[in-house]
Design a protein around this ligand. Structure first.
Ligand SMILES: NC(=O)c1ccc[n+]([C@@H]2O[C@H](COP(=O)([O-])OP(=O)(O)OC[C@H]3O[C@@H](n4cnc5c(N)ncnc54)[C@H](OP(=O)(O)O)[C@@H]3O)[C@@H](O)[C@H]2O)c1
Length: 273
């Protein structure tokens, strides 16, 4: 596994497993058990995904010791007071069946981040969370936080894929010692047909998803590809074996068109902005 170290000194797998939309018939319990079997040790969920309980069942069933698995969950925008934050994290612990959570993120920026963060900091300082971070925060959100935080975010999970690379923002986060993580790294599957990615995949006897994930990790960007199929989980996991050349990375960077595919954090429409 490729690893990095977060600013608080804890070890962090560059490759994790995403679970958005793994609910109902695509059961998150069996998906997480498959992902653990393949070798993933970092699982990304959120209150919004409504699958923490099913992931909890997978954690109960697996033989892999709890301390070898890193679990991230995220708080929705309605968790906007100190007490709601404490209570919701407690509920996530119960649903996941754990007595600590590795990392909690604020899912989208909202107007009460200060209060939410204060509660997250307290739980972090009490040892109930091993790391705390944000998601979909832009530079101005981070700059504002810097004026009041006791603990700076350890991670920022943002939209990042072949067509939306956020080069300057990634540099800014690196300077701030905040680990960047790409959500929808495969552009929800749509990046797999881009001709340049297919061409480089052929050269490496690899697949398009492996090229994209290897590229991100080479650039110091953590990834959390999602799949409901064990064969694709394995394919994505095997991106760890792919090494690109610097020239290939330079060529791939030209795929950036700077256009978001999904919601803009300044106008996300999820309430409490
Ligand atoms: N913080 C946020 O606001 C936020 C937002 C979005 C996502 N996320 C997180 O990021 C994770 C990943 O993002 P995502 O799920 O939106 O998109 P993604 O990982 O870029 O792509 C997932 C899609 O690609 C398909 N796929 C996966 N591996 C494949 C492969 N090797 N070959 C062909 N198709 C493949 C999957 O289909 P199958 O399932 O059918 O294989 C699924 O449709 C999420 O699950 C979630 O944990 C966070």
């Amino acid at each position: 596994m490729k690893k990095t170290t977060l600013s608080n000194g804890i070890s962090y797998d560059m490759l994790g497993f995403g679970t958005y939309k793994i609910t109902g018939e695509f059961d998150a319990k069996s998906a997480v058990l498959s992902a653990l079997k393949v070798g993933y040790r970092r699982i990304d969920t959120a209150v919004f995904y409504e699958n923490e309980d099913r992931i909890g069942l997978a954690l109960k069933e697996t033989d892999i010791p709890r301390e070898q698995i890193f679990i991230t969950t995220k708080l929705w925008t309605d968790v906007n007071t100190y007490q709601k934050t404490i209570d919701r994290i407690q509920k996530s612990m119960e649903l996941l069946g754990v007595d600590y959570i590795d990392m909690v993120l604020i899912h989208w920026p909202h107007k009460d981040v200060k209060e939410t963060w204060r509660a997250m900091e307290d739980l972090y300082l009490q040892g109930k969370l091993r790391a705390i971070g944000v998601s979909n925060f832009k530079e101005h959100h981070i700059e504002e936080m810097k004026s009041y935080v006791r603990v700076k975010p350890h991670v920022n999970q943002v939209e990042l894929h072949p067509e939306f690379r956020q080069f300057e923002f990634v540099e800014y986060l690196k300077k701030e010692n905040i680990q960047v993580e790409a959500w929808s790294p495969l552009m929800r599957g749509e990046a797999l047909t881009l001709p340049l990615i297919q061409e480089i995949a052929q050269k490496h006897n690899a697949t398009p998803s492996q090229i994209i994930l290897a590229w991100d990790m080479m650039e110091g960007i953590a990834v959390i590809p999602k799949s409901t199929k064990e064969s694709r989980m394995q394919e994505n996991f095997d991106s760890l074996k792919v090494e690109l050349t610097n020239d290939e990375v330079i060529a791939l960077r030209k795929l950036n068109n700077g256009v978001r595919r999904y919601r803009d954090p300044d106008n996300h429409g999820f309430g409490n902005q």
